[in-house]
Design a protein around this ligand. Structure first.
Ligand SMILES: [Zn+2]
Length: 182
């Protein structure tokens, strides 16, 4: 039997954050709100020096990674990410478990919104490329500059959201449904 998502995530976080939290990280450990876990990803928010930051830790086929919307947290590694790791290890129950919405179950605007929130543009572009459609070709087909598409894609991963993020995901989904690989 395979290990539960929560169990796998816990073990990965334990091995990546095995030491003690720094003094800077400690201040944030009990301060998170809107904490949730979807599968092997946790997300929470915290009040930082320059506003509210969104912080996440994800375990996927590439291993464990973290990201934060603060100005140094682009690729993870800031003390908010460290604090989130320790907050999860200390009190997993404070993270609301969210069941991912499956694409087949999208049947109204509310479920569409949930689905779009639960899938990254990165993942959708990867699916396109598995169907033989490059990021560049997709961007050009909807008359978006490939550079702009890249910006939308990478910004989402560090919790900065372009207004057209949802619409771009929808465009990907349409292409995935309707344009079949040759
Ligand atoms: Zn940060």
């Amino acid at each position: 039997m395979s290990e539960s998502d929560a169990g796998a995530l816990t073990r990965a976080i334990q091995s990546a954050w095995s030491g003690q939290p720094s003094a800077k990280a400690k201040r944030y450990i009990g301060a998170f709100f809107n904490a949730s876990r979807t599968g092997k990803k946790i997300v929470a928010q915290v009040e930082g020096k320059h506003g509210t930051y969104t912080v996440s830790i994800l375990l996927d086929e590439h291993g464990i990674s973290s990201a934060c919307s603060c100005y140094i947290g682009k690729g993870g590694g800031c003390h908010h990410c460290d604090a989130l790791a320790f907050a999860f290890l200390q009190d997993k129950k404070s993270f609301t478990k969210i069941a991912p919405t499956r694409f087949e179950n999208v049947n109204d605007l509310a479920s569409l919104e949930k689905y779009l929130q639960g899938v990254t543009l990165e993942a959708l572009i990867k699916k396109l490329s598995e169907q033989g459609i490059t990021q560049k070709a997709f961007a050009e087909s909807i008359r978006m500059s490939p550079r702009h598409l890249s910006a939308i894609r990478s910004s989402e991963l560090r919790h900065h959201y372009f207004h057209e993020l949802g619409a771009t995901k929808l465009a990907c989904l349409w292409v995935l449904e309707h344009i079949k690989p040759e």
